[in-house]
Design a protein around this ligand. Structure first.
Ligand code: TYD
Ligand code: MG
Length: 451
């Protein structure tokens, strides 16, 4: 029986699928965005799928490709899993192509044949970058190509151990009429590459730009299609770059790797705490250190706040590296619970060094920095603070306190201000050489540090 052809229309903008053509997409409201795609329905008499049993020892984890770049391997959960699809997203110019080239070089130096396909740059440009990174290895094959079908054919001839595609926004499937970069193309191209990875066991890394306007056609729409999603973040004006796991089918999430962008490429940062605290001002109000834990990695960061009377009708609130909503909440708690007046003050919050902190343990750092700036009172520079703040002004326990404590001690901090409930769960050992002070409410914080 011949396969029956089904005609399908897909919206360029949002990926909505319809059996018939429509002038306006019912999902996103865009006009003239439905484009035809031929979909081959598998015939009814196609063979049933092969069955496997989870018994026996067939379920062992396949051996991973270890790059040897420690920060990268950890973020990947211990290396690259065969047949896996990794997506690495980030702002343009942040260093994604540089990281990938270094990754390829690391694999090539172990005699793995690797393939780098770019739709963005010429081979000459890649060569220039490679020279800058002093990468020269005949195991790295480079090609410029935009068609996924051509890439698949190329992968079949080169038979690489690893494939990098830079970037998904420049790729297109020959079966679809819409332009590269549209949601439909980005999705379809990714799905073809996922098929390639799964059917051949070839691990693939895909680069995706995050666009400022809500990441349309960016990595977000692909997150559910791939095995691992990494984001490469940082402030382009700064040298630090953080590689963060957002999703990982083969490892834990929230793992981070820290790099420094140098003249000759990305260098691993073994001691990020020291780096993030390197330029900390001494004896200045509005600054306090907070031990954060990202995945399995403790990092000390400096929380900075500037609170000053506003000359405008509506006071400004800015948070860099922290959640602005959380800042608004904490300001409200301070106003309500300790009676400070903040509505007529501009408030700027910044996590120094261009790193972003999402965990609630940052709360205590934020309120201490805010109060320190408001009261113009310096917080002892050998003190670290960490804890979540609740709406009733209570200071709540946070996890991994021992790890935070050890890191603070390692960097020579003398006092640790923490929630009382956390202190009760602590072992004796990590708290050697460091005094533990506890607080239960925001009132206690004021009394401890600012009277
Ligand atoms: P790139 O990897 O091209 O960024 P992306 O692929 O994410 O768009 O790198 C961009 C920046 O990195 C560029 O502005 C120059 C800088 N850079 C260095 O500082 N040192 C280096 O060795 C390299 C290769 C790039
Ligand atoms: Mg690039």
């Amino acid at each position: 029986m011949a396969a029956k052809e089904h005609i399908l229309f897909i919206c360029d903008q949002c990926g909505f699928e319809s059996r018939k053509w429509l002038g306006c997409c019912p999902d996103c409201g865009e006009w003239d965005s439905l484009k035809q795609k031929k979909k081959q329905r598998s015939p009814i008499n196609s063979p049933p799928p092969e069955l496997h049993s989870l018994g026996g020892d067939g379920g062992r984890e396949p051996s991973r490709l270890v790059t040897g770049i420690g920060e990268l391997d950890r973020v990947l959960g211990g290396g690259i899993v065969p047949g896996s699809m990794v997506l690495i997203g980030g702002d343009p110019g942040i260093g994604k192509s540089t990281l990938i080239l270094q990754l390829l070089a690391a694999l090539a130096s172990q005699d793995h044949q690797v393939l780098y396909v770019t739709g963005e740059e010429s081979v000459g440009q890649i060569r220039m970058r490679a020279e800058r990174l002093t990468i020269k290895d005949e195991h790295i094959a480079v090609a410029t190509e935009n068609s996924v079908q051509a890439i698949t054919a190329l992968a079949e001839t080169v038979k690489p151990a690893f494939l990098a595609v830079d970037s998904i926004q420049t790729m297109y499937s020959e079966e679809i009429a819409s332009a590269p970069g549209s949601v439909t193309q980005v999705r379809e191209s990714t799905s073809l590459l996922v098929n390639l990875a799964k059917s051949s066991g070839l691990p693939i890394i895909l680069i995706g730009h995050v666009t400022k306007d809500g990441a349309i056609a960016g990595p977000r729409v692909l997150e559910h299609m791939v095995d691992t999603v990494l984001y490469f973040e940082g402030d382009r004006g700064q040298v630090f770059r953080v590689l963060r796991t957002v999703k990982n089918r083969f490892g834990s999430t929230n793992e981070i790797g820290v790099f420094e962008m140098k003249e000759s490429g990305l260098a691993e940062v073994d001691n990020p705490s020291a780096l993030f605290l390197a330029e900390r001002p001494v004896n200045v109000p509005g600054s306090v250190v907070m031990p954060s834990v990202e995945g399995t990695r403790p990092i000390l960061v400096e929380v900075q706040a500037l609170v000053s009377p506003s000359s405008l009708g509506t006071a400004r609130r800015t948070a860099i590296g922290a959640d602005p909503q959380r800042l608004a909440l904490l300001t409200a708690v301070l106003e309500k619970k300790i009676g400070v007046t903040l509505f007529d003050h501009d408030i700027f919050l910044n996590i120094a060094g261009g790193i972003r902190i999402d965990e609630p343990a940052l709360d205590l750092g934020v309120i201490v920095a805010l109060l320190s700036s408001l009261y113009e009172k310096v917080v002892d520079p050998t003190t670290v603070v960490c804890g979540e703040v609740g709406l009733a002004g209570e200071i709540r326990a946070v996890g991994q306190m021992e790890m935070r404590l050890l890191e603070a001690r390692r960097l020579g901090f003398k006092t640790f201000l923490m929630p009382e409930s956390s202190s009760r769960q602590l072992d004796k050992e990590p708290s050697k050489d460091i005094a533990i002070h506890t607080v239960r409410t925001v009132h206690d914080v004021v009394e401890r540090l600012f009277v």
